[in-house]
Ligand binder design. Structure first.
Ligand code: NAD
Length: 307
Protein backbone atom coordinates (compact mmCIF):
# COMPACT_ATOMS: atom_id res chain seq x y z
CA UNK A 1 0.00 0.00 0.00
CA UNK A 2 1.23 3.48 -0.81
CA UNK A 3 0.79 6.37 1.60
CA UNK A 4 0.68 10.10 0.94
CA UNK A 5 0.24 13.16 3.14
CA UNK A 6 -3.27 14.62 3.14
CA UNK A 7 -2.72 18.27 2.20
CA UNK A 8 -1.00 20.20 4.94
CA UNK A 9 -2.06 17.81 7.70
CA UNK A 10 0.27 15.32 9.40
CA UNK A 11 -1.94 12.43 8.25
CA UNK A 12 -0.09 10.03 5.99
CA UNK A 13 -3.10 8.32 4.45
CA UNK A 14 -3.29 5.11 2.45
CA UNK A 15 -3.91 5.37 -1.30
CA UNK A 16 -7.06 3.33 -0.83
CA UNK A 17 -9.19 4.23 2.17
CA UNK A 18 -12.31 2.69 3.66
CA UNK A 19 -15.76 4.29 3.46
CA UNK A 20 -17.99 2.87 6.17
CA UNK A 21 -21.38 4.00 4.81
CA UNK A 22 -22.23 0.41 3.71
CA UNK A 23 -22.11 -0.57 7.41
CA UNK A 24 -25.26 1.53 7.76
CA UNK A 25 -27.04 -0.82 5.33
CA UNK A 26 -27.20 1.67 2.45
CA UNK A 27 -26.37 -1.08 -0.09
CA UNK A 28 -28.10 -3.95 1.75
CA UNK A 29 -28.36 -5.49 5.22
CA UNK A 30 -25.14 -5.99 7.16
CA UNK A 31 -24.60 -7.79 10.46
CA UNK A 32 -21.97 -6.98 13.06
CA UNK A 33 -19.75 -9.97 12.36
CA UNK A 34 -19.56 -9.06 8.66
CA UNK A 35 -18.92 -5.42 9.56
CA UNK A 36 -16.12 -6.37 11.96
CA UNK A 37 -14.47 -8.71 9.44
CA UNK A 38 -14.58 -6.00 6.77
CA UNK A 39 -13.00 -3.34 8.99
CA UNK A 40 -10.32 -5.78 10.20
CA UNK A 41 -9.55 -6.85 6.62
CA UNK A 42 -9.06 -3.20 5.66
CA UNK A 43 -6.66 -2.52 8.55
CA UNK A 44 -4.79 -5.81 8.03
CA UNK A 45 -4.20 -4.92 4.37
CA UNK A 46 -2.69 -1.51 5.09
CA UNK A 47 -5.75 0.75 4.76
CA UNK A 48 -5.30 3.32 7.53
CA UNK A 49 -8.06 5.87 6.92
CA UNK A 50 -11.73 5.19 7.67
CA UNK A 51 -14.62 7.56 7.00
CA UNK A 52 -18.07 7.53 8.55
CA UNK A 53 -21.04 9.79 9.40
CA UNK A 54 -24.04 9.75 11.73
CA UNK A 55 -26.16 9.99 8.57
CA UNK A 56 -25.15 6.52 7.30
CA UNK A 57 -27.96 4.21 8.35
CA UNK A 58 -29.10 6.92 10.77
CA UNK A 59 -26.20 6.24 13.23
CA UNK A 60 -26.04 2.48 12.51
CA UNK A 61 -22.74 2.71 10.57
CA UNK A 62 -21.00 4.59 13.39
CA UNK A 63 -22.29 2.12 15.97
CA UNK A 64 -21.11 -0.90 13.95
CA UNK A 65 -17.78 0.73 13.15
CA UNK A 66 -17.23 1.57 16.84
CA UNK A 67 -17.80 -2.09 17.78
CA UNK A 68 -15.48 -3.25 14.98
CA UNK A 69 -12.72 -0.90 16.14
CA UNK A 70 -12.97 -1.96 19.80
CA UNK A 71 -9.60 -3.16 21.06
CA UNK A 72 -7.63 -1.90 18.06
CA UNK A 73 -4.89 0.52 19.20
CA UNK A 74 -5.93 4.05 18.34
CA UNK A 75 -2.64 4.81 16.61
CA UNK A 76 -3.31 2.16 13.92
CA UNK A 77 -5.89 4.16 12.00
CA UNK A 78 -7.08 7.66 11.13
CA UNK A 79 -10.79 8.22 11.55
CA UNK A 80 -13.09 10.82 10.07
CA UNK A 81 -16.73 11.43 10.74
CA UNK A 82 -19.13 14.24 10.02
CA UNK A 83 -21.77 16.56 11.41
CA UNK A 84 -24.62 18.54 9.94
CA UNK A 85 -26.57 15.91 7.97
CA UNK A 86 -28.94 13.54 9.76
CA UNK A 87 -31.39 12.47 7.07
CA UNK A 88 -32.07 12.95 3.36
CA UNK A 89 -33.64 16.34 4.12
CA UNK A 90 -32.42 16.87 7.67
CA UNK A 91 -29.58 19.39 7.98
CA UNK A 92 -28.41 21.36 11.02
CA UNK A 93 -25.00 23.07 10.95
CA UNK A 94 -25.54 25.23 14.02
CA UNK A 95 -22.75 25.34 16.62
CA UNK A 96 -24.95 23.69 19.23
CA UNK A 97 -25.85 20.74 17.00
CA UNK A 98 -22.28 20.28 15.72
CA UNK A 99 -20.98 20.06 19.30
CA UNK A 100 -23.73 17.63 20.34
CA UNK A 101 -23.16 15.60 17.18
CA UNK A 102 -19.43 15.27 17.90
CA UNK A 103 -20.12 14.06 21.46
CA UNK A 104 -22.60 11.49 20.14
CA UNK A 105 -20.27 10.30 17.36
CA UNK A 106 -17.29 9.89 19.70
CA UNK A 107 -19.49 7.84 22.04
CA UNK A 108 -20.71 5.57 19.22
CA UNK A 109 -17.25 5.21 17.71
CA UNK A 110 -15.66 4.53 21.11
CA UNK A 111 -12.83 7.05 20.59
CA UNK A 112 -11.75 10.25 22.32
CA UNK A 113 -11.10 12.30 19.21
CA UNK A 114 -11.48 12.06 15.45
CA UNK A 115 -8.64 12.86 13.09
CA UNK A 116 -10.87 14.67 10.61
CA UNK A 117 -14.29 16.16 11.30
CA UNK A 118 -16.33 17.14 8.24
CA UNK A 119 -19.39 19.31 7.71
CA UNK A 120 -21.56 16.87 5.76
CA UNK A 121 -22.85 18.12 2.37
CA UNK A 122 -22.55 21.88 2.71
CA UNK A 123 -24.42 22.57 -0.54
CA UNK A 124 -27.71 22.03 1.33
CA UNK A 125 -27.06 24.80 3.86
CA UNK A 126 -26.94 28.60 3.55
CA UNK A 127 -23.28 29.47 2.90
CA UNK A 128 -23.49 32.32 5.43
CA UNK A 129 -24.23 29.82 8.20
CA UNK A 130 -21.42 27.53 7.04
CA UNK A 131 -18.92 30.41 6.94
CA UNK A 132 -19.98 32.34 10.01
CA UNK A 133 -21.20 29.69 12.42
CA UNK A 134 -20.30 26.12 11.42
CA UNK A 135 -16.66 26.61 10.37
CA UNK A 136 -15.78 28.90 13.31
CA UNK A 137 -17.23 26.15 15.54
CA UNK A 138 -14.98 23.55 13.82
CA UNK A 139 -11.97 25.81 14.41
CA UNK A 140 -12.85 26.11 18.10
CA UNK A 141 -13.21 22.33 18.40
CA UNK A 142 -9.74 22.00 16.89
CA UNK A 143 -8.28 24.54 19.33
CA UNK A 144 -9.99 22.70 22.19
CA UNK A 145 -8.24 19.48 21.07
CA UNK A 146 -11.53 17.64 20.39
CA UNK A 147 -10.67 17.05 16.70
CA UNK A 148 -7.33 17.10 14.90
CA UNK A 149 -8.39 18.54 11.53
CA UNK A 150 -11.59 19.58 9.82
CA UNK A 151 -13.11 20.00 6.40
CA UNK A 152 -16.22 20.08 4.26
CA UNK A 153 -17.92 17.54 2.04
CA UNK A 154 -20.30 17.84 -0.88
CA UNK A 155 -21.16 16.96 -4.47
CA UNK A 156 -21.07 20.28 -6.43
CA UNK A 157 -17.57 21.75 -6.74
CA UNK A 158 -18.52 25.44 -6.64
CA UNK A 159 -19.18 25.63 -2.87
CA UNK A 160 -15.69 24.20 -2.19
CA UNK A 161 -14.12 27.12 -4.07
CA UNK A 162 -16.32 29.65 -2.33
CA UNK A 163 -15.56 28.34 1.14
CA UNK A 164 -11.82 27.98 0.52
CA UNK A 165 -11.66 31.56 -0.79
CA UNK A 166 -12.92 32.77 2.57
CA UNK A 167 -11.89 30.17 5.16
CA UNK A 168 -8.83 27.98 5.72
CA UNK A 169 -10.04 24.39 5.98
CA UNK A 170 -7.68 21.42 6.25
CA UNK A 171 -9.36 19.23 3.65
CA UNK A 172 -12.37 18.53 1.50
CA UNK A 173 -14.18 15.30 0.70
CA UNK A 174 -15.57 15.18 -2.83
CA UNK A 175 -17.56 12.23 -4.15
CA UNK A 176 -18.40 10.89 -7.62
CA UNK A 177 -16.38 13.72 -9.22
CA UNK A 178 -13.23 11.87 -10.20
CA UNK A 179 -14.12 8.59 -11.83
CA UNK A 180 -14.79 7.00 -15.18
CA UNK A 181 -18.06 8.92 -15.73
CA UNK A 182 -16.83 12.37 -14.60
CA UNK A 183 -13.38 13.83 -13.88
CA UNK A 184 -14.30 17.42 -13.03
CA UNK A 185 -12.60 17.30 -9.61
CA UNK A 186 -9.30 17.43 -11.54
CA UNK A 187 -10.04 21.09 -12.39
CA UNK A 188 -10.02 21.96 -8.66
CA UNK A 189 -6.81 20.19 -7.69
CA UNK A 190 -4.38 23.07 -8.40
CA UNK A 191 -6.58 25.47 -6.44
CA UNK A 192 -6.67 23.05 -3.50
CA UNK A 193 -2.92 22.61 -3.65
CA UNK A 194 -2.24 26.37 -3.77
CA UNK A 195 -4.46 26.79 -0.72
CA UNK A 196 -2.90 23.84 1.15
CA UNK A 197 -6.19 21.98 1.30
CA UNK A 198 -6.04 18.17 1.23
CA UNK A 199 -8.43 16.19 -0.94
CA UNK A 200 -10.24 12.97 -0.19
CA UNK A 201 -11.83 11.50 -3.33
CA UNK A 202 -14.83 9.31 -2.50
CA UNK A 203 -16.97 6.85 -4.44
CA UNK A 204 -14.79 5.71 -7.37
CA UNK A 205 -17.49 3.14 -8.22
CA UNK A 206 -19.95 6.08 -8.30
CA UNK A 207 -21.92 4.69 -5.34
CA UNK A 208 -22.51 1.35 -7.01
CA UNK A 209 -23.31 2.62 -10.51
CA UNK A 210 -20.00 1.22 -11.80
CA UNK A 211 -20.50 -2.27 -10.44
CA UNK A 212 -22.13 -5.31 -12.00
CA UNK A 213 -24.78 -5.17 -9.25
CA UNK A 214 -25.72 -1.69 -10.42
CA UNK A 215 -26.83 1.45 -8.59
CA UNK A 216 -29.21 1.25 -5.64
CA UNK A 217 -32.73 2.74 -5.95
CA UNK A 218 -31.78 5.92 -4.06
CA UNK A 219 -28.96 6.73 -6.50
CA UNK A 220 -29.28 10.25 -8.02
CA UNK A 221 -28.22 9.20 -11.57
CA UNK A 222 -30.92 9.64 -14.21
CA UNK A 223 -32.16 6.83 -16.44
CA UNK A 224 -29.86 7.67 -19.39
CA UNK A 225 -26.73 7.54 -17.26
CA UNK A 226 -27.94 4.29 -15.69
CA UNK A 227 -28.42 2.84 -19.18
CA UNK A 228 -24.93 3.91 -20.28
CA UNK A 229 -23.50 2.44 -17.08
CA UNK A 230 -25.19 -0.88 -17.84
CA UNK A 231 -23.68 -0.78 -21.34
CA UNK A 232 -20.25 -0.11 -19.84
CA UNK A 233 -20.69 -3.00 -17.38
CA UNK A 234 -21.62 -5.33 -20.25
CA UNK A 235 -18.74 -4.08 -22.39
CA UNK A 236 -16.22 -4.78 -19.61
CA UNK A 237 -17.75 -8.17 -18.95
CA UNK A 238 -17.28 -9.04 -22.64
CA UNK A 239 -13.59 -8.07 -22.28
CA UNK A 240 -13.29 -10.35 -19.24
CA UNK A 241 -12.77 -7.45 -16.82
CA UNK A 242 -14.82 -6.28 -13.87
CA UNK A 243 -15.82 -2.63 -14.37
CA UNK A 244 -15.25 -1.94 -10.66
CA UNK A 245 -11.59 -2.85 -11.10
CA UNK A 246 -11.10 -0.26 -13.83
CA UNK A 247 -13.14 2.30 -11.89
CA UNK A 248 -10.99 1.91 -8.77
CA UNK A 249 -7.70 1.84 -10.66
CA UNK A 250 -8.62 4.91 -12.69
CA UNK A 251 -9.52 6.98 -9.60
CA UNK A 252 -6.66 5.78 -7.44
CA UNK A 253 -3.93 6.34 -10.04
CA UNK A 254 -4.18 10.17 -9.99
CA UNK A 255 -0.99 11.37 -8.28
CA UNK A 256 -2.67 14.59 -7.06
CA UNK A 257 -5.25 12.64 -5.07
CA UNK A 258 -3.72 11.17 -1.91
CA UNK A 259 -6.58 8.87 -1.02
CA UNK A 260 -9.66 7.31 -2.62
CA UNK A 261 -12.48 6.15 -0.35
CA UNK A 262 -14.20 2.93 -1.37
CA UNK A 263 -17.21 1.54 0.47
CA UNK A 264 -18.08 -2.10 0.99
CA UNK A 265 -19.32 -4.41 3.72
CA UNK A 266 -17.64 -7.41 2.13
CA UNK A 267 -14.16 -8.38 3.41
CA UNK A 268 -13.41 -10.24 0.15
CA UNK A 269 -14.01 -7.02 -1.82
CA UNK A 270 -11.49 -5.20 0.39
CA UNK A 271 -8.81 -7.78 -0.47
CA UNK A 272 -9.73 -7.62 -4.15
CA UNK A 273 -9.60 -3.80 -4.19
CA UNK A 274 -6.17 -3.68 -2.57
CA UNK A 275 -4.90 -6.14 -5.18
CA UNK A 276 -6.58 -4.33 -8.07
CA UNK A 277 -5.02 -0.93 -7.47
CA UNK A 278 -1.55 -2.43 -7.84
CA UNK A 279 -2.28 -3.99 -11.21
CA UNK A 280 -1.48 -2.32 -14.56
CA UNK A 281 -4.34 -0.42 -16.18
CA UNK A 282 -5.02 -0.45 -19.92
CA UNK A 283 -5.49 3.14 -21.11
CA UNK A 284 -7.22 1.83 -24.23
CA UNK A 285 -9.85 0.09 -22.13
CA UNK A 286 -10.27 3.17 -19.92
CA UNK A 287 -10.83 5.35 -23.00
CA UNK A 288 -13.42 2.97 -24.38
CA UNK A 289 -15.35 2.75 -21.10
CA UNK A 290 -15.22 6.52 -20.62
CA UNK A 291 -16.58 7.10 -24.09
CA UNK A 292 -19.51 4.73 -23.40
CA UNK A 293 -20.25 6.59 -20.15
CA UNK A 294 -19.87 10.13 -21.53
CA UNK A 295 -23.01 12.23 -21.78
CA UNK A 296 -24.47 15.58 -20.74
CA UNK A 297 -26.23 14.05 -17.72
CA UNK A 298 -23.14 12.44 -16.18
CA UNK A 299 -23.46 14.94 -13.34
CA UNK A 300 -26.62 15.78 -11.41
CA UNK A 301 -27.80 18.66 -9.27
CA UNK A 302 -27.52 18.55 -5.49
CA UNK A 303 -28.34 21.05 -2.78
CA UNK A 304 -29.72 24.58 -2.84
CA UNK A 305 -30.53 25.95 -6.34
CA UNK A 306 -27.55 28.38 -6.41
CA UNK A 307 -25.14 25.42 -6.33
P1 NAD B 1 -18.32 3.52 -3.89
O1 NAD B 1 -18.18 4.20 -5.18
O2 NAD B 1 -17.13 3.23 -3.08
O3 NAD B 1 -19.16 2.20 -4.21
C1 NAD B 1 -19.63 1.34 -3.23
C2 NAD B 1 -20.23 0.14 -3.93
O4 NAD B 1 -19.19 -0.56 -4.62
C3 NAD B 1 -20.86 -0.84 -2.96
O5 NAD B 1 -22.03 -1.36 -3.51
C4 NAD B 1 -19.81 -1.94 -2.86
O6 NAD B 1 -20.36 -3.19 -2.55
C5 NAD B 1 -19.24 -1.92 -4.25
N1 NAD B 1 -17.88 -2.50 -4.31
C6 NAD B 1 -16.78 -2.14 -3.60
N2 NAD B 1 -15.76 -2.96 -3.90
C7 NAD B 1 -16.22 -3.84 -4.83
C8 NAD B 1 -15.65 -4.94 -5.53
N3 NAD B 1 -14.38 -5.30 -5.36
N4 NAD B 1 -16.43 -5.63 -6.41
C9 NAD B 1 -17.71 -5.27 -6.62
N5 NAD B 1 -18.32 -4.25 -5.98
C10 NAD B 1 -17.57 -3.54 -5.10
O7 NAD B 1 -19.38 4.37 -3.06
P2 NAD B 1 -19.57 4.72 -1.52
O8 NAD B 1 -19.39 3.56 -0.62
O9 NAD B 1 -20.85 5.44 -1.44
O10 NAD B 1 -18.42 5.78 -1.27
C11 NAD B 1 -17.27 5.50 -0.50
C12 NAD B 1 -17.29 6.25 0.81
O11 NAD B 1 -17.12 7.65 0.58
C13 NAD B 1 -18.60 6.17 1.60
O12 NAD B 1 -18.69 4.95 2.29
C14 NAD B 1 -18.45 7.38 2.50
O13 NAD B 1 -17.58 7.08 3.56
C15 NAD B 1 -17.80 8.40 1.57
N6 NAD B 1 -18.80 9.27 0.90
C16 NAD B 1 -19.05 10.49 1.45
C17 NAD B 1 -20.01 11.33 0.87
C18 NAD B 1 -20.28 12.67 1.49
O14 NAD B 1 -19.59 13.07 2.40
N7 NAD B 1 -21.26 13.37 1.04
C19 NAD B 1 -20.72 10.91 -0.25
C20 NAD B 1 -20.41 9.67 -0.80
C21 NAD B 1 -19.44 8.86 -0.22
Amino acid sequence: MQYQKLGNTSLNVSKLSYGASPLGGVYGDVDQSQATRTVHAALDLGINFIDCSPYYGMTKAETMLGKALKGIPRDQYFLSTKAGRYGPEDFDMSEQRIRKSLDESLERLGVEEVDVFFLHDIEFVDLDIVLHESLPCMEKLKEEGRIRYYGITGYPLKPFREVIRQFQVDCILSYCRYGLHDTSLASLLDYLDENEVGVVNASPACMGLLTSRGAPDWHPAGSDLRKRAQKAVDFCQAQGVDITQIALQFSAQHSGIPTTLVGTANPAFIAQNVEWINEPLSTELVDEVRSILAGPDSVWSSGLPEN
